[in-house]
Design a protein around this ligand. Structure first.
Ligand code: HEM
Length: 528
């Protein structure tokens, strides 16, 4: 049997507990004070920024728990009266801006180039793509990839082939209800397949790859909006975790195989594969790797983006296979949904506004006359009215409604005397900017003349930023405008578009921030 503790021992135990308690209070006070002192400026600056009503301590987390749409709607209402607005998510600060002068300060800067930590979710799935990394790594990827998109003409033979494929598919749908988004995303998918992976890639595997990328994007978006799903520990308990793993398996298998196939094809043509900027010829001699593009350009086809990436060398280092894989996935991820949404909304508006559709058709008949010939790059340069309609589509319905940055340094705004603290997440509200009455006289009305030259020059340069602007803007801008012109002009030259009965008016859906509107249209042959 154990002896009962003596009075002395009991006193000693009480004393220890007492001092431990005191020590605990001191340590937590020091930690809290240190946190407050280190963050004092952060909170001082943040306090001055206007906000929609929130709760103490948790801020707007409750709103976000109800769904980000609700939280963003609050921001939308608050921002009707002021250019800046904040949202608290626990201790994380999100600041929304919509004034072109402030936007220019951020997007044009060489300092504020970092993506916020939410993009880490994308990074953990698809690796270090140009769209998620920051710093030197981003700079070197950007220097490699951006020039590949300067060669609009090199896409022309591909686009020409493509509009023929599109014609066949359209013929099958004449007179039927067509879901614009499904239709456009199939079309853009094929286009991206040809441009990125080269020819003969329209297989079951490639369809699965694109489907997987789209589903993965949905899962990532869902997870980004539910902050309690951010830690892997919790996310791994959900059904989405398994689905994500399956999708990643499909994506990785497809891209790896595509790289392997292109390498084999190039080797069969007499080119070995480059090692650190060099390649082996058939006799095993090592030569500098600078003539695959030349070889392909001199042949009867343009190099695909994958081939360009495989070839490209920078500062003596070649992209590794895994890096190429990440960049290819990043391009598909960024390019598919955005281009498809724009085309879909454009078709919805055309169905809704026969007057505008007719003006496009007249412009196209002036370019092509009665000819059935395929569209050329030069033709696309003459499609001025169609281009203005596309820009107006992107104004009213920007596929990327928020452009985000993690601020590494404080940012003093130009429009007010407010300063946004370092380490906050900046959200450029593209939709709100494009709906500003001071920039566009009737912002809710679909009016392609908003993009007449004289109107454009009288507005602030950063009044229209669907592709963002500055050093981190979209690399696919020219590519997507060119491909949309080819796709949409091919449709409007031959077909008249009508709304399907019961269809919500596309040109009136200006206030809604939803991303994937569904428009159903009908097509009939256009009389020459
Ligand atoms: C209508 C079509 C498109 C729109 C509206 C659009 C819009 C955007 C926007 C707003 C950004 C964010 C830029 C920033 O953070 O400042 C972006 C980035 C990007 N886009 Fe696009 N995009 C489109 C099509 C494409 C296409 C077709 C591709 C490629 C095939 C592409 C590739 C990229 C890439 C790689 C980035 C990341 C650039 C970087 O971080 O340096 N985009 N895009």
């Amino acid at each position: 049997m154990m002896d009962k503790p003596s009075v002395m021992e009991e006193l000693l135990a009480e004393c220890i507990i007492y001092w431990l308690f005191i020590l605990g209070i001191i340590v937590s006070s020091v930690v809290a004070l240190h946190y407050y002192l280190s963050k004092r400026r952060y909170y001082q600056l943040a306090r001055k920024i206007p906000a929609p009503p929130g709760l103490p301590i948790i801020g707007h987390a409750f709103n976000i728990l109800m769904g980000t749409e609700e939280a963003f709607r609050n921001v939308w209402n608050t921002m009707s009266d002021c250019d800046v607005c904040k949202l608290w998510l626990g201790t994380r600060l999100f600041v929304f801006i919509k004034n072109p002068a402030d936007i220019e300060l951020v997007l044009n800067s060489r300092i504020h180039l970092c993506k916020p930590s939410e993009s880490n979710l994308l990074k953990t799935c698809l690796g270090d793509g140009i769209n998620t990394v920051s710093g030197c790594q981003w700079k070197s990827y950007r220097q490699l990839i951006a020039p590949m998109f300067q060669w609009s003409q090199t896409f022309q033979p591909i686009l020409r082939n493509y509009s023929r494929i599109l014609d066949d598919r359209l013929l099958k749908n004449v007179g039927k209800d067509i879901d614009c988004y499904n239709y456009m995303s199939d079309a853009v998918m094929e286009l991206l397949l040809i441009s990125i992976f080269g020819e003969n890639t329209d297989t079951e595997e490639s369809k699965k790859y694109f489907e997987a990328i789209q589903k993965l994007k949905e899962i990532i978006r869902y997870r980004q909006n539910k902050f309690w799903l951010h830690p892997d520990l919790i996310f791994n308990l959900t059904k989405y975790s398994k689905l994500q793993k399956d999708l990643l398996r499909i994506i990785n298998r497809f891209t790896r195989q595509a790289i392997k196939n292109r390498k084999r094809a190039l080797m069969e043509q007499g080119y070995g594969w480059p090692k650190n900027g060099y390649f082996e010829d058939q006799n095993g001699n090592i030569e500098h790797n600078n003539n695959i593009t030349t070889c392909l350009k001199e042949g009867d086809r343009s190099p695909s983006l994958l081939e360009l990436m495989m070839e490209v060398s920078h500062n003596g280092t070649t992209l590794m296979d895994s890096e190429i894989q990440n960049q290819v996935d990043a391009l598909v991820l960024e390019g598919l949904d955005t281009t498809a949404l724009t085309g879909s909304f454009f078709l919805g508006v055309m169905a809704d506004r026969p007057d505008i559709q007719e003006r496009c058709a007249i412009e196209l008949s002036q370019i092509f006359g009665d000819s059935d010939r395929q569209v050329t790059f030069e033709d696309t340069l003459q499609m001025k009215y169609l281009e203005r309609c596309l820009m107006e589509t992107l104004r009213i319905h920007p596929p990327v409604p928020f452009i985000t940055r993690e601020l590494q340094q404080e940012l003093r705004l130009a429009s007010t005397c407010l300063t946004i603290p370092a380490n906050s997440t900046l959200m450029v509200d593209v939709k709100k900017l494009h709906m500003n009455e001071e920039l566009y006289s009737s912002p809710d009305v679909f009016d392609p003349d908003n993009f007449l030259l004289e109107k454009c020059v009288s507005r602030h340069y950063y009044s229209f930023i669907p592709f963002s602007a500055g050093p981190r803007s979209c690399v696919g801008t020219k590519y997507s405008m060119l491909s949309l012109k080819v796709l949409l002009s091919s449709i409007l030259r031959k077909y008249k578009i009508f709304p399907s009965s019961g269809q919500e008016s596309a040109s009136m859906m200006t206030k809604d921030t939803r991303r994937t509107e569904r428009f159903v249209i009908k097509m009939e042959h256009r009389k020459r």
